[in-house]
Ligand binder design. Structure first.
Ligand SMILES: *Cc1c(COP(=O)(O)O)cnc(C)c1O
Length: 386
């Protein structure tokens, strides 16, 4: 059998509690979702602001579809670059307070494009051990020297920067780490990059829309700006739609148009998505109550959980991980929650380090305080029964 070695590997994954299964959603994202005909209270999406099913976004997408159709029909450099893409890029630059913004189809592709365009064989890239997989894949594709430092260990990073003889140096970091929910102390990192003449690539996939008084993200959160920062964020999480962008100096985005292969060699996203995103940006900026609600939910969850064996990680963001440890126990808890109509995903290696399997609770402005109180009560009960 040609593929029997794959079947063997799949069986090994199953035995180790590492085989992943997809469940089918039969409703939009929201605080309550329908899976296999059953309603669940959901703590499993990145739709932090509750915008993925917002009527204003749906209306914007519908009227854009009526006027511009559904497919872009070509890549940006051929004939797929729509006036709606252009308007969104202008709005994103204004929103982030950066000179220029460039849309990519996904965050994964944005990271591949940025890193491979900015670094090559003679260069060295320094990356946090807990960075998103797309940043790591980007480095491998770039052929630059790859140096990973322990999570947020800036002393280790500084040593390695000082020892580097590379032509160009790039530091890559998640701004808000997706599996731990902690925020990188970017001002310190920026100072380090200045001392060692390195560029700083910030992946703000989880901070955009969430951090800062107006949701402008990590730069607003810390009140910083620098020409040295290559800012990247995704638009499929808090912004509720799909896509990603890079923002920074005009020379940077102009250069990426010429050299980022994941920008050049792919079809432009449907323009209707850009219309929905322009509507989303306005809500993100205007409706501060969504971020206020998130803060209340975070406090309610942290006060409600009374865990002894399991460990709620130290996080001030909508990502609230509970470390359980073993893969099978984590899965069992996730399943027990499902039986009670609550969906919280089990995150296992290789997404997180071995022995640190966890529940990844993600909160959304669509939740009510009572939803979070219910989750906390059920988790407390499951832990004492275990
Ligand atoms: C989700 C995510 C990405 C990928 O973004 P997509 O638009 O989903 O491809 C990149 N970086 C981080 C940190 C992410 O969490």
């Amino acid at each position: 059998m040609l593929f029997s070695y794959l079947a063997d590997e799949l069986e090994d994954l199953e035995t180790a509690g590492l085989r992943r299964h997809r469940r089918m959603l039969e409703s939009p994202q929201g605080a309550r979702i329908v899976v296999d005909g059953r309603e669940y209270l959901s703590f499993c999406s990145n739709d932090y602001l509750g915008l993925a099913n917002h009527p204003a976004l749906i209306a914007a997408a519908q009227s854009a579809a009526a006027r511009y159709g559904v497919g872009a029909g070509a890549s940006h450099l051929v004939s797929g670059h729509s006036v709606l893409h252009h308007e969104l890029e202008t709005a994103l630059a204004a929103f982030t307070g950066l000179p220029s913004a460039l849309l990519f189809s996904t965050g994964y592709m944005a990271n591949l494009g940025i890193v491979t365009a900015l670094a090559g064989r003679d260069d060295e890239i320094f990356a946090d051990k807990l960075n998103h997989a797309s940043l790591n894949d980007a480095v491998l594709l770039s052929r630059a020297k790859f140096t990973r430092y322990p999570h947020l260990d800036f002393a280790a990073l500084e040593k390695r920067l000082a020892a580097s003889r590379a032509k160009r140096k790039l530091v890559l970091t998640d701004a808000l780490f997706s599996m731990d929910g902690d925020i990188a102390p970017v001002p310190e990192l920026l100072a380090l990059c200045e001392r060692h003449d390195a560029l700083l690539v910030l992946d703000d996939a989880h901070g955009f829309g969430v951090l800062g008084a107006f949701g402008r993200g990590i730069l607003e959160h810390f009140g910083i700006a620098s020409e040295r920062i290559v800012y990247m964020a995704t638009l499929g999480k808090a912004a509720g739609v799909f896509g990603a962008f890079v923002a920074g100096p005009v020379e940077l985005t102009d250069y990426l148009v010429q050299r980022a292969r994941s920008y050049i060699y792919t079809t432009a996203t449907p323009p209707l998505l850009s219309a929905a995103l322009s509507a989303s940006l306005q809500l993100i900026e205007k409706e501060a109550w969504r971020r206020d609600r998130l803060r209340e939910l975070i406090t309610a969850l942290r006060q409600g959980l009374k865990l002894r064996r399991w460990r709620l990680m130290d996080s001030t963001t909508p990502i609230q991980p509970v470390i359980i440890g073993a893969n099978q126990e984590t899965l069992a808890v996730s399943e027990a929650l499902c039986e009670r109509g609550i969906w919280v995903p089990a995150i296992r290696p290789p997404t997180v380090p071995k022995g640190e399997a966890r529940l990844r609770i993600s909160l959304s402005a669509a939740h009510g305080i009572e939803d979070v109180a219910h989750l906390a009560a059920v988790l407390n009960e499951l832990e004492s029964a275990a």
